[in-house]
Design a protein around this ligand. Structure first.
Ligand code: NAP
Length: 369
């Protein structure tokens, strides 16, 4: 009999990419899908299966009838419903994009190219809660999986260049509004010789400061700017986004000795790809060809980009990677400081491998067991 799978948050960025990928892979043919909404119950949902009237995402009588629930709705929804549903005796599988349950003892963070065996072991011992990792964590592990797997990493330092979409759909719309606001402020000057580039720059810099400049979501301009702060503050001076990286990565890797991983998370004005620069302390000096092979062989989505200007500008950018499952890895070079210090730059679509794809693949694993 087909399993009944409830989808919550399918309208958001992660949820809509999840649905898109499931349609591409024909995954709906194996399930009975029920779509929920927090804001539009009773309205018509996605046109995927016959019954597509949206159910109320807070209707526990309905939620409790699901075999599997996938929530891409956000942490607040998870906090509002998960424990209550469990306390009502619901014993189905809960798959979640939000961070709320990631560090729960009885939950596993899912990224099957890294921890497939742990996912199977968890299913075998009755784990029912499967949570996608933080986007930068999943993308880092996908990019550097070969080095982690071969126990070659002593520590990692990172700088991220995170896209607006990581903050949700309203933020990406605001970024576009900001770009439009800036363009409009100088549109009439761009093609007139009497205005110097400094006139144009000054007008834009002034318009960024205007009261009407749209920044209700980011609380700061992102267009023409970078924001070196993501999420709330931790007591140790990290941001929560930075704190998550070591904690979540080590939980996914499930190894005895914690690998130190730290760095700075920065929001930049790209749309849906996160980029990351890594400095990696290797446990031993490896040849370039060895490093390339180890990285390449880890998973099917790695694309090693040759360290030259043409390849880098065409293949190692958010514009090149967006909308694909590729994990572009390039600028691979040993630092002058030490041959054991490796510099790597990586780009991945944070809505695909960074969010929706591990959830989709977990659903398929659960359906196949
Ligand atoms: P989102 O785009 O803000 O969507 C969440 C919900 O907001 C939707 O399901 C929808 O709920 C409502 N919504 C309000 N205005 C909307 C609009 N204009 N368009 C679409 N939906 C709108 O959030 P998200 O980025 O998908 O993130 C969902 C969860 O995944 C969060 O917990 C997040 O932390 C986590 N996550 C996100 C990413 C990422 O890259 N964005 C990566 C990893 C994990 P209703 O239909 O019920 O109104």
């Amino acid at each position: 009999m087909k399993k009944t799978v409830g989808f919550i948050g399918w309208r958001g960025m992660v949820g809509s990419v999840l649905i898109q990928r499931m349609v591409e892979e024909n995954n709906f043919s194996n399930i009975h899908a029920v779509f929920f909404s927090t804001s539009q119950p009773g309205k018509v949902g996605p046109n995927i299966q016959e019954s597509n009237i949206l159910q109320d995402a807070y209707n526990f009588d309905c939620l409790i009838t699901m075999d599997i629930i996938i929530s891409c709705q956000g942490g607040k929804y998870t906090d509002d419903t998960y424990q209550k549903l469990r306390s009502l005796g619901w014993n189905g599988y809960w798959i979640d994009a939000a961070s709320s349950l990631r560090l729960h003892e009885d939950a596993i963070i899912v990224l099957d190219p890294i921890n497939l065996q742990d996912i199977y072991s968890a299913i075998n011992i009755g784990v029912k809660t499967f949570v996608g990792g933080n986007c930068t964590v999943s993308l880092m592990l996908m990019a550097l999986g070969g080095l982690f797997f071969n126990n070659l990493i002593e520590w990692v330092l990172f700088s991220t260049y995170q896209a607006a979409s990581g903050a949700g759909s309203r933020h990406i719309i605001e970024l576009v509004k900001q770009m439009g606001y800036l363009y409009q402020s100088v549109e009439n000057k761009l093609y007139k010789k009497k205005y110097s580039i400094l006139d144009i720059e000054k007008t834009m810099s002034k318009s960024i400061q205007e009261i009407n400049f749209p920044k209700q979501e980011f609380f700061a301009p992102l267009a023409g700017n970078v924001l070196p702060w993501i999420d709330c503050a931790m007591q140790n001076n990290q941001t929560k986004e930075e704190w998550k990286v070591q904690v979540e990565a080590n939980k996914i890797l499930n190894i005895n000795n914690t690998i130190p991983i730290d760095g700075t998370c920065v929001r930049v004005g790209t749309f849906r790809c996160h980029s990351q620069a890594f400095t990696i302390k290797l446990k031993k000096d490896l040849s370039y060809s060895n490093i390339h092979n180890i990285l390449q062989e880890h998973n099917n989505w790695i694309r090693i980009i040759p360290n030259n200007v043409h390849s880098t500008l065409n293949l190692l950018t958010p514009c090149a990677v967006t909308g694909t499952l590729n994990i572009a890895v390039g600028r691979i070079r040993k630092l002058n400081i030490s041959t054991n210090l490796l510099s790597v730059f990586s780009v991945g679509d944070q809505l695909l491998w960074g969010a929706a794809e591990p959830l989709r693949r977990t659903l398929m694993i659960l359906l196949s067991t």
